[in-house]
Ligand binder design. Structure first.
Ligand SMILES: [Zn+2]
Length: 379
């Protein structure tokens, strides 16, 4: 049934397209991909509305010299103008994000959400209790979390990922998969593929100005949001898709242009170049990539501000990571590789009551079953 009044026709309006491009481009993993998207978008917008194009260029965007961006961020060779690229103030917030420091696009909300959550339930009946509760938080929780007494480098991101990222129904409802779902479904499917694809690339040769001790980067490509009915943890990642995603992140200049063409993100017809939005969304919004080794250590070090040598960084390209620090994907990869302090084998998969599942035990890691049974017997 057609809804009256709202949408007159189903054709995509120029505004819808522009809106979708803004959404998609916010989470581009590199400056040069962001530049590529907007180079093509401005060429299209120029045809649609000269005014809108001029307005956007003069308000949100700047044509920046590559050399000046390189002072702050890693910036490979842009695809079209080798010495300058489109850059946006709003996006600088994302690239400059220090995960977990609450410096995302909603810094205040994300910074305060954690302690508000811890205090909220206990002060519902008596608002005055907030003072005693916060004092308790200060002694019991914050002091331990930041280890003020210990002589070590202060870290601005949490030491453990949030529980809801490890095993949260809210994530499944939002079309994401918590880390425990990725872990449970990690095995090879009948088609021969897994829900993640691990690959090694020499990135010191593919990027023009990244340098590090060891030039190898490990990439883990995964889905980060639902496609059709398939949740990220149940999806399978082919070698081709993984290599596309990694190529888009790690290459620059003419090689990046080639990657954009092969992925179908850049279409070239009769000398006219255009952006294929669905392809861009598929590879860079629906998929994410956890990286460790050369590329993150040299391009996106997490402790660049304080230390001379980079602290080994494990980063992800998903929005959650950019805004809040370790995401479900980083938690999964650390558990998969037996690194860090997250053991997903012992987390029972808890689902909200009332909804019948086809196979209740099928989505629990075998090692976790016994602990779930134990929990149940306590009730
Ligand atoms: Zn992620």
């Amino acid at each position: 049934m057609e809804q009256k009044g709202r949408k007159k026709d189903k054709t995509e309006t120029a505004f819808d397209r522009l809106d979708a491009i803004i959404q998609a481009s916010r989470v581009m993993p590199t400056i040069i991909l962001f530049d590529a998207v907007w180079h093509l978008t401005f060429a299209w917008l120029e045809q649609v509305s000269k005014d809108a194009c001029a307005y956007l260029k003069s308000t949100y965007f700047d044509q920046m010299k590559r050399a000046s961006l390189q002072g702050q961020f890693w910036c490979g060779e842009p695809v079209w103008n080798s010495n300058s690229c489109w850059f946006a103030g709003f996006w600088a917030g994302v690239t400059g994000t220090y995960p977990g420091s609450g410096s995302g696009t909603q810094p205040l909300e994300s910074f305060h959400a954690y302690w508000q959550d811890a205090v909220r339930s206990s002060v519902r009946s008596d608002p005055r209790a907030i003072f005693a509760r916060m004092e308790k938080l200060f002694h019991d929780d914050w002091a331990k979390k930041f280890e003020w007494e210990e002589s070590r480098v202060f870290q601005t991101w949490p030491q453990y990922p949030a529980q809801e990222l490890l095993n949260g129904q809210a994530l499944r409802t939002a079309g994401r998969s918590p880390a425990v779902d990725f872990y449970t479904e990690r095995g090879r499917k009948l088609c021969g593929q897994c829900n993640h694809y691990k690959m090694y690339w020499r990135t010191d040769a593919t990027t023009t100005d990244a340098s590090g001790k060891d030039g190898t980067t490990v990439f883990y490509v995964m889905r980060c949001s639902k496609v059709g009915d398939v949740l990220p943890a149940q999806a399978t990642i082919t070698k081709e898709t993984a290599e596309r995603v990694v190529g888009l992140i790690a290459k620059d200049g003419a090689a990046l242009k080639n990657q954009l063409l092969q992925a179908g993100i850049l279409k070239s017809e009769n000398g006219q170049e255009s952006l294929e939005l669905p392809a861009l969304q598929f590879y860079l919004n629906k998929h994410c990539c956890v990286m460790k080794g050369h590329l993150p250590d040299s391009c996106w070090p997490r402790l660049r501000r304080r230390l001379q040598t980079a602290f080994p960084s494990v980063v992800c390209t998903c929005l959650e990571f950019l805004l809040h620090g370790d995401c479900e994907h980083v938690a999964f990869i650390k558990a998969l590789e037996g690194e860090g302090n997250v053991d997903l084998r012992n987390i029972p998969v808890v689902r909200t009551a009332g909804r019948k599942r086809k196979a209740d035990n099928a989505d629990i890691a075998p090692e976790a079953k016994s602990s779930k049974q134990k929990r149940r017997s306590h009730k």
